[in-house]
Design a protein around this ligand. Structure first.
Ligand SMILES: Cc1cc2nc3c(=O)[nH]c(=O)nc-3n(C[C@H](O)[C@H](O)[C@H](O)COP(=O)(O)OP(=O)(O)OC[C@H]3O[C@@H](n4cnc5c(N)ncnc54)[C@H](O)[C@@H]3O)c2cc1C
Length: 481
């Protein structure tokens, strides 16, 4: 450990749980002050608590980060409480002269950071904040009328011609201040114990910076080629699975884009695959821009006309949906993938969300809340924006009359039924022509596949045609009013 007599720089890590390409950390290092690295488990009424799966990811990321910091001779200090009190306290305790952090974009988080900045400055501390999470700050991408974009395509056209900084490598030469007392990660109980439901998450993921690097490398080497045509198939591992790493900042979009551009320059992937993948990264950007400009994205209809929508909120349908027992195999496979692994394929997220909202006439906010609790990538921007997109209440939303038919979607995107067979093993022996509609199988086919509908696998929880018509009537009324 190196020491210095200057007042320490406190780096408050939040949704940027990485050491490389971390602008706040780099700036603190460049200041020449000895470092104290801090994570605060925030407890404040205004801050939305993380869901269970995200808490698990956070716990694992913090463990990895502590380990990486220790390897450089430092300590990750853990504290819990209201950041507006914790930060001034720890600054006083350590005699810190400066505080650095990377920005967040939710309204409550911005309010916290703004209040803190004032308090800390009044106490004579230097404060500085940086952009680590987005390619472009939300206030920098604007229409010709100087307004935020509400439609993705023109947003993308404008944003992706703007300059993106190159990712920074991990620097060398670390000077540490004496670390103050830390709470113990294990006492935060971020990982479930009784019952321990996280076995599937442990099998599926390696959270943290090293895991992110490995996931990116694997994606670039094995799946970037063919991404455009394979990304919609849940039965194929065709996407990057980088979303939880991005959510917690185990990796930055700059690092991802930099690595993709490098491959492109080497001629290692087709332009169409790269273009599609880059546009998905910009969907994340777009969601963050929407969140920044519409702070209530997770609980208020972007389109206020939807405030009059008469949701049915049938508990039985919602429970069946949550448990993956709707009787519609693609829905059940998706909801079980979510429960078991903390992640669901994008195509299936769209199908399951559409089913809950439109066939089930369930308020999209209830679905958003379930995803918030169960996704490892549960994201304040992408989750809310996507649920509103599916509901039709959002910016640049799917047309209201688009109601995914789970049978046709299943047959199109999981043509052999491999995805369903994996996550819904009780119907795995059904042949492909009925795997997405077991109620259409003959008694003989069901018998041979050991399926007893209503016993080993549920009958459909609702009638697709009737509920589709009902949804259209509701939506038409909304349009006509
Ligand atoms: C109802 C619903 C809820 C969703 N909730 C979330 C969420 O909480 N967190 C989340 O990160 N994504 C969410 N998404 C978007 C998308 O499903 C996931 O980002 C994607 O499935 C992650 O898998 P991947 O990393 O393999 O994606 P890839 O296809 O490899 O895409 C690369 C990255 O681009 C971003 N991205 C891709 N598609 C989208 C999209 N439609 N919107 C925003 N960003 C996108 C993600 O950061 C992703 O990691 C949701 C989509 C729907 C329909």
């Amino acid at each position: 450990m190196t020491s210095s007599s200057a007042a320490p720089a406190l780096v408050w890590l939040r949704n940027d749980l990485r050491l490389a390409d971390n602008p706040a950390l780099e700036a603190a290092r460049a200041s020449g002050r000895p470092l104290i690295l801090l994570y605060v488990l925030e407890v404040a009424d205004e801050i939305r608590p993380l869901g269970g799966a995200a808490r698990w990811w956070l716990g694992r990321s913090l463990a990895g980060l502590s380990h990486d910091i220790a390897a450089l001779g430092g300590t990750l200090v853990l504290r819990s409480g209201d950041a507006r009190r914790v930060l001034p306290d720890i600054a006083a305790e350590t005699g810190a002269g400066a505080i650095y952090w990377n920005r967040r974009y939710g309204a409550a988080e911005i309010a916290t950071d703004t209040a803190l900045k004032l308090t800390l400055r009044e106490k004579g501390l230097e404060t500085a904040s940086f952009n680590a999470a987005l390619l472009h700050e939300p206030w920098t991408v604007r229409t010709q009328k100087n307004e935020p974009y509400k439609v993705f395509t023109p947003f993308f056209r404008a944003a992706h011609t703007m300059h993106v900084r190159a990712p920074a490598r991990l620097g060398s030469g670390w000077t540490w201040a004496r670390a103050p007392n830390s709470e113990r990660l294990v006492d935060w109980r971020l990982e479930p114990r009784a019952p321990d439901w996280a076995g599937g998450l442990r099998d599926a993921w390696i959270p943290g910076e090293a895991g992110a690097r490995a996931a990116l490398e694997q994606f670039l080497a094995q799946r970037l080629s063919g991404y455009a045509s394979r990304r919609d198939r849940p039965d194929i591992e065709g996407t990057s699975r980088l979303s939880p790493y991005l959510r917690f900042g185990n990796i930055s979009p700059h690092q991802i884009l930099g690595a993709v551009r490098h491959r492109e320059a080497r001629g290692d992937a087709r332009g169409a695959d790269i273009a599609k993948f880059v546009s998905e990264i910009y969907w994340r950007e777009f969601s963050y821009h929407l969140l920044f400009h519409n702070p209530n994205l997770a609980d208020q209809n972007f389109n206020p006309r939807f405030d009059r929508f008469e949701w049915r909120n049938d508990d039985a349908v919602e429970r069946a949906w949550q448990k993956g027992r709707t009787g519609f195999p693609i829905i059940d496979a998706g909801m079980r993938q979510l429960w078991q692994t903390g992640w669901m394929h994008n195509r299936v997220r769209m199908i399951t969300a559409s089913f809950l909202i439109k066939h089930g006439l369930t308020d999209w906010r209830r679905g958003e809340a379930w995803f918030w609790d169960t996704l490892v990538d549960a994201d304040p921007a992408s989750n809310a924006a996507s649920w509103q997109w599916v509901a039709g209440s959002g910016a640049d939303a799917a047309p209201y009359f688009r109601i995914f038919n789970p049978v046709l979607q299943g047959e199109k995107f999981d043509p052999d039924g491999a995805y369903v067979r994996h996550f819904v093993p009780e119907i795995a022996k059904l042949p492909a022509n009925v795997i997405h509609k077991p109620w259409r199988a003959t008694a003989d086919v069901l018998h041979r596949a050991d399926v007893v509908l209503g016993e080993t696998y549920p009958n459909p929880v609702l009638d697709l045609d009737t509920s589709r018509r009902r949804a259209l009537e509701h939506l038409d009324r909304l349009r006509d009013e």
